[in-house]
Ligand binder design. Sequence first.
Ligand SMILES: [Zn+2]
Length: 306
Amino acid sequence: MTIIDLCRTFSNDDLCRELLERLRWPNGPECLRCKGPVVRLATNANLLYCKDCDYQFTVTANTIFHDSHLPLIKWFAATFIMCESRKGVSANQLRRMLWGKNKGSYKTAWYLCHRIRAAMASADKPMLDGTVEMDETYLGAKQRGVGGQWRDLKEVVIGIKQRNGDLRFFHAEDAKRGTLAKYIKENISQDVEVIMTDELRAYPGAIQMAGYGDVPHKTVTHRAGVYVDGDITTNGIESAFSLLKRGIIGSWHKVSAKHLPAYLEEMTFRFNRRNSKTLFIDTLRHMVTADPLTFEKLTADKESAA
Ligand SMILES: [Zn+2]
């Protein structure tokens, strides 16, 4: 799909709404409360009505679009732009593209992006198998801390990639053995053929601790300048990290630690579907099946929300 197709096919909100209804209810609309049959109100074709519950609703109720006053064509355009931007797109850039120079609000665009991200995050993440590469990287800038001293603010990102398969990124508290073991257990299938990592000393213990002691573990010794040794390499996960870093530097500028997991979800969702012809439609399907994300929830600080 090109941006020309998008503008032609979804040129008004009714056309957008028809697609969302087909994606949410492949077998035709049903009541959100009792799953029974509904009728379309003659006075307003957007409204669906269940006689049994005496309840009326629209296709966007209780979804990522919930309570949004933005036209659906703006939602569709934002989704298309996010799907087609390999390195991501900043909220400010999106604001300019959708509202025009010095128009619209940054907050609205930022919230819009985060809701689309939340839908992407709701996608299933099957366990990885075959040849799996695992590596860790550090993101963050130098910040002036207490006492005016510059200090490194480093966020750990763990990456796991199935060769010729899916990628996962996680914002982790550290790259210690116990943490690595948790991500191995949660993401790598018991049937995995081989795990490839660099020489980080925590990996052998982490693989044991996760219960994968019988799985062959191969390492490349980056410190000795070895990046590829026969078929042993972690170059797949490392090139994914470099795309992530270019995204953070080029598009998102400054990502707070709090929202980093959401950006990681966006990046991996898009990366895993980079050859898919249905990326845009699949994203809309997640948007119309995922739970709402309120602004309050998005901006609540983690400690008080927990
Ligand atoms: Zn009902």
